[in-house]
Design a protein around this ligand. Structure first.
Ligand SMILES: C[S@@+](CC[C@H](N)C(=O)[O-])C[C@H]1O[C@@H](n2cnc3c(N)ncnc32)[C@H](O)[C@@H]1O
Length: 231
């Protein structure tokens, strides 16, 4: 049995066993560049939970919204959001993720996200944004407060920050131990082991008000949190 966390450690473990990880450049960008092709092919682990999340996100969006998605990966969610809002800018640290995201885009330019390679805390053109999304990202960044401060700063008053990220401090001890082993072996990227309560405190410290916290499917380790910048 493997843990039902949103990040699929099995794929990364298997892929890294076939390459020389000791010699590889282990920066976060290099890690994600190397894993992007496999990540792009990976099916969504729980389609029902993903669709529920998407429905909740869509219900929060208005046709006039400018949306930023940070850590967008290969852009699947950004492409789904783009047709219902004014525009979507989707960024990712990994050039390879962005290359794949762009290669999958097409059709109506007005309904296509703009994909940019950028670090999560970077200032992005097109601000202020009404909505900033971060899915399966915050546990991976170097410094959560810096990323949240940047999101707060780039957001219009009254705007929303929408996050779903794994909170491994709420996981059983054996699962945390396994993740630490995978990190030490450089099979997994560096992960911040935080709890839902800590993540909530980070958001409040940055100036956000928590609007809702909920879970989708059976997963109780990745809270979906909607936080609002006061108007
Ligand atoms: C687990 S994937 C999630 C991708 C997408 N959000 C999703 O839900 O499928 C994490 C993504 O975050 C990106 N990432 C990791 N650290 C980052 C950082 N500091 N700034 C921006 N993107 C980052 C990785 O390149 C990768 O595409």
């Amino acid at each position: 049995m493997y843990p039902a966390v949103s990040y699929d450690w099995r794929i990364h473990a298997a892929s890294n066993l076939t390459c020389n990880v000791k010699e590889a450049d282990m920066t976060a960008q290099a890690f994600w560049d190397r894993h992007a092709p496999k990540y792009a092919k990976k099916p969504i682990a729980d389609v029902t939970a993903y669709e529920e999340k998407l429905t909740c996100v869509m219900a929060l969006l208005r046709s006039t919204d400018r949306v930023l998605e940070i850590g967008c990966g290969t852009g699947g969610t950004a492409r789904k959001i783009a047709p219902v809002v004014a525009n979507v800018t989707a960024t990712d640290l990994s050039a390879e993720m962005i290359r794949i995201a762009r290669s999958r885009s097409g059709g109506d330019a007005a309904e296509t996200p703009e994909f940019l390679q950028a670090e999560a805390a970077q200032d992005i053109p097109g601000q202020p944004f009404e909505v900033i999304c971060a899915f399966s990202l915050l546990h991976l960044v170097d410094d959560i407060p810096t990323v949240l401060d940047a999101a707060f700063h780039q957001m219009k008053p009254g705007g929303r920050f929408i996050s779903k990220t794994v909170c491994l401090k709420d996981a059983p001890r054996w699962m945390r131990a396994m993740v630490r082993v995978l990190m030490a072996a450089r099979i997994a990227p560096h992960v911040i082991i935080l709890s839902r309560a800590e993540l909530t405190r980070h958001l409040i410290r940055a100036g956000f008000e928590i609007e809702q916290t909920r879970y989708f499917g059976k997963n109780r380790l990745s809270p979906f949190i909607v936080a609002r910048k006061p108007a």
